[in-house]
Design a protein around this ligand. Structure first.
Ligand code: PHE
Length: 334
């Protein structure tokens, strides 16, 4: 019994003296561990005569419970104490710079282009990247087996994978240009109107510094009464003046696209070099017929340009593949 009382005294002392969780744990092992002092006493009870066992047993059990409670309490105390001791905020340290992201150069330029056209009363619309043969080709006066189809190397989607989606509009494909949105827009809207269509397009081609298998185009379409190429020239020259922020020299070359007549290619002079910048022309009467507009009543112009091309000129980037490289050394320069 004396032993138990002594043990209690020293245990209480050690608990209250413990200044850290490690110290407390050492004390706990010393008394309550597998070979702890109290544990040994409890284990030796069975060797005592019955009378003594009856007296000492409950005392030892009682002490065990008490000590366990005390250890737990102290441990909680120490935990909150160490937590509070940790400096949560050291206001004397220099601040941490938080990195914030920014728009991709292509997104930036696209936004600029949208805003310029919005300021000229154009609307911005978007369309599906998965197209069908009808909208991407036939309705644009590029019938099946027409050699002009070769100008757009096409990613065809496997019929079996897209069976449910195939309709009278032919096979599914990844749109090769944004021009199918000319058709979709005219199918659902009446003229007059003027729109641009920014969007991603896909070409089944080898990549190099100026070719990617996917890139972005900005399509333009204006339909009204008495619209002519002169209107196109004005709009597009205004646009480029605003885009580059200065006077620009333009050159118009006759060209061929099945969905325009006449067709032109527009070049701009940049650092004394002529750069081809877009295809354009007057909407072909066959296109108007596909969407059931009367070609004697309505005229329009359409144009298509590559967002990457404009961005490369404006930011002096010499390899289109950089835009999709995910290389932060490139991206962070913008
Ligand atoms: N869709 C054509 C292309 O991808 C560009 C274009 C658009 C040409 C509109 C004329 C009119 O090459």
């Amino acid at each position: 019994m004396i032993q138990i009382q002594e043990l209690k005294k020293s245990a209480l002392k050690e608990i209250s003296a413990a200044g850290s969780l490690e110290e407390l744990e050492k004390a706990e092992i010393k008394y309550l561990g597998r070979k702890g002092e109290l544990t040994l006493i409890l284990r030796s009870l069975k060797d005592l005569p019955v009378e003594e066992r009856k007296k000492i047993g409950p005392l030892a059990q009682q002490l065990k419970k008490e000590l366990e409670e005390l250890f737990n309490k102290k441990s909680e105390e120490l935990k909150t104490k160490t937590y509070n001791l940790k400096p949560v905020l050291d206001i004397t340290k220099p601040g941490k710079k938080i990195k914030i992201g920014h728009l991709h150069p292509l997104s930036k330029i696209e936004e600029e282009i949208r805003n310029i056209f919005l300021s000229m009363n154009f609307s911005v619309v978007e369309g599906p990247e998965i197209e069908d043969e009808y909208h991407n080709f036939d309705a644009l006066n590029i019938p099946k087996d027409h050699p002009a189809r070769d100008a757009w190397n096409t990613f065809w989607l496997k019929l079996t994978d897209y069976k449910r989606q195939t309709t009278n509009d032919g096979r599914k494909l990844l749109r090769t240009h944004t021009s199918p949105m000319q058709i979709r827009y005219m199918e659902t809207h009446n003229p007059p109107f003027q729109i641009i269509v920014p969007g991603r397009v896909f070409r089944y081609e080898a990549t190099d510094a100026s070719h990617e298998i996917n890139f972005y185009q900005i399509e333009g379409l204006m339909v009204g009464k008495d619209i002519s190429l002169a209107n196109f020239k004005f709009i597009i020259e205004e646009f480029f003046k605003k885009f580059f922020g200065r006077e620009i020299e333009f050159r118009y070359r006759p060209s061929y696209f099945p969905f325009v007549e006449p067709g032109v290619e527009v070049d701009i002079k940049f650092k004394n070099k002529w750069l081809e910048i877009m295809g354009a022309g007057m909407v072909h009467r066959k296109v108007f017929e596909s969407v059931k507009y009367n070609p004697y009543e309505w005229q329009g112009f359409a144009f298509g340009m590559s967002l990457e091309r404009l961005t490369m000129i404006k930011y002096k980037v010499d390899d289109i593949r950089l835009f999709y490289s995910g290389d932060l050394r490139f991206i962070n320069q913008f």
